[in-house]
Design a protein around this ligand. Structure first.
Ligand SMILES: Cc1cc2nc3c(=O)[nH]c(=O)nc-3n(C[C@H](O)[C@H](O)[C@H](O)COP(=O)(O)OP(=O)(O)OC[C@H]3O[C@@H](n4cnc5c(N)ncnc54)[C@H](O)[C@@H]3O)c2cc1C
Length: 473
């Protein structure tokens, strides 16, 4: 890399906020996509930044982007690096911009229950600070320890409470961001207006391709005074899906509603709650400010499950699940090399949901030779009034030793799963984003609309410096 660029960056952020090549390549060698991890372990990291910067103010972010644009250097925003689709990898070199020093809570509006928080704030730290004053962000991704507010917005993330409180796009009122040509702008202060199209939503899910988010105005909530758990088992997954559908269309809103298929229930859920389970199982949690309303909502929710042939299990299992809700994502539950792992998390309406589940799981199973001992566990969570997410998690305990062969196997499984899901009526992804991994499927997802997306990218980022190639753009 041009040494002049390093000196210019140093003048913007100070030498203490500059990480030179060898160090940058070690620290930002890959996100949490299986292939990024495997490639890094094999000494062939896909993320190869020439330099990394850790700006401390939005003005510094703007100056860095302006400089990168003038010099045509790729720039990749980095939040917690916890993404699983390869979005934060600097696979074309250039600058990695780590935003975690932009981590102030600038202002809390106690009347409107909104907050201005900087993009590099780690979700878990933000939540802890809010909880200390009786408030909550209600965005609880399983990666809360690493994920930043900006990365969650960039990847269009979701958390375990989303069925009641919404995905990240429902939490954001407005944004402060730097355009690909280096202007620092803010969007209208509230998201419900008729003052033209929604610039805020254009940045959400853009995975850093259309701007660098420096701060967000987000919705806060009061911590609930009561939580009630309900756990049901079903003889057939389709009964559980019908129960979930009826709960959503009748207006009940459990923040947590996770329906595990028989493999997920008997393997991962049973292990976490330390109780044998051999049927599809639904874990629900209801919460709120008024205890009697919470009880009543739970009562109606459980009644719907009974009408759908559900059998009540001890509520204590739900409490244990809540206490251990993040353990699934860490060793010994989470896979490690030499395994191959990953998730096909897609979203579909109720009309298509069962076909999507059946076709996706069948397609994945059909392409993996028995000798690889595939484990496939699937759950439905993040429900909407019109449908739900399906999260099919696959693991192969030991993949081929050769990285290229392992990647081919990984890609074959994902191609089978993603193509089957889309054919059965699903949208490509629910909350992990697109990154490098799903980029090849974007034209099929958008059709003619892909051209519109490309033209937006071209208009905003004429030199293609921000996350080039991501989102298939
Ligand atoms: C164990 C585990 C559990 C997970 N559980 C969940 C879950 O429950 N829910 C969920 O939604 N996801 C989950 N994820 C995926 C991941 O944590 C999310 O995608 C998260 O939103 C990424 O945040 P991050 O700060 O780490 O972003 P990164 O991975 O650093 O970046 C993600 C994308 O956003 C861009 N970006 C980052 N910051 C900015 C910014 N300020 N402005 C513009 N673009 C930016 C990056 O360039 C990249 O394209 C999980 C991942 C792991 C490893």
């Amino acid at each position: 890399m041009d040494s002049g660029l390093s000196a210019q960056l140093s003048r913007i952020v100070g030498a203490e906020n500059l990480i030179e090549q060898a160090d940058a390549r070690t620290r930002y060698g890959g996100d949490q996509w299986w292939y990024a991890i495997a490639a890094q372990a094999a000494g062939q990291a896909i993320s190869r930044p020439d330099i990394a910067v850790t700006p401390t103010t939005p003005e510094q972010v703007a100056a860095i982007v302006k400089l990168a644009n003038e010099q045509r250097v790729p720039i990749t925003p980095w939040g917690g690096g916890s993404g699983v689709q390869g979005a934060a990898n600097a696979d074309r070199g250039g600058i990695v911009m780590d935003l975690r020093k932009l981590n102030k809570v600038r202002h809390i509006d106690h009347q409107s229950l909104t907050c201005v928080v900087e993009a590099g704030k780690i979700c878990k730290e933000f939540e802890a600070e809010l909880n200390a004053i009786g408030l909550s962000f209600t965005h609880y991704p399983a990666s809360t320890e690493w994920a930043t507010i900006g990365g969650s917005i960039g990847a269009r993330g979701s958390g375990v409470l989303s069925t009641k409180y919404g995905k990240i796009e429902d939490h954001v009122l407005s944004l402060e961001f730097v355009t690909p040509t280096g202007e620092l702008i803010t969007t209208p202060s509230v998201p419900r207006h008729a003052a033209g199209p929604e610039l805020t939503q254009l940045q959400i899910g853009a995975e850093g391709t259309l701007g660098v988010i420096t701060a967000a105005v987000v919705k806060l909530r009061r911590l609930p005074r009561k939580r009630v758990f309900g756990v049901m088992s079903f003889a057939r997954l389709s009964d559980g899906i019908e129960a979930g559908r009826r709960i959503m269309v009748t207006g009940l809103r459990p923040p947590v509603m996770r329906l595990y298929d028989v493999e997920a229930a008997s393997h991962s859920l049973a292990r976490a709650v330390e109780t044998p389970l051999d049927k599809p199982t639904l874990v629900m949690m209801f919460d709120g400010e008024y205890p009697d309303l919470v009880d009543m909502e739970a009562h109606y929710g459980l009644n719907i499950c009974r009408e759908c042939n559900g059998e009540l299990l001890p509520a204590r299992l739900g409490e244990i699940w809540w206490e251990k809700r993040y353990v699934f994502y860490y060793p010994p539950y989470a896979p490690e090399l030499p395994s191959i792992w990953g998730t096909v998390d897609v979203v579909a309406d109720f009309e298509h949901i069962e076909a999507v589940y059946n076709e996706t799981t069948r397609a994945i199973r059909s392409v993996v030779p028995d000798s690889f001992n595939l484990s496939l566990t699937t759950h439905l969570s993040h429900w909407y009034e019109w449908g739900s997410m399906i999260y099919a998690r696959m693991k192969i305990p030991k993949g081929p030793d050769d990285l290229t062969e392992a990647k081919e196997l990984h890609d074959m499984i994902f191609r089978a799963g993603v193509e089957a899901a889309m054919k059965a009526g699903a949208v490509l992804n629910d909350h992990h984003g697109v990154g490098m991994r799903l980029a090849p499927y974007m034209p099929a997802q958008y059709g003619q609309g892909m051209d519109t997306l490309r033209r937006i990218k071209q208009a905003l980022d004429p030199n293609n410096i921000l996350c080039p190639g991501k989102l298939g753009l």
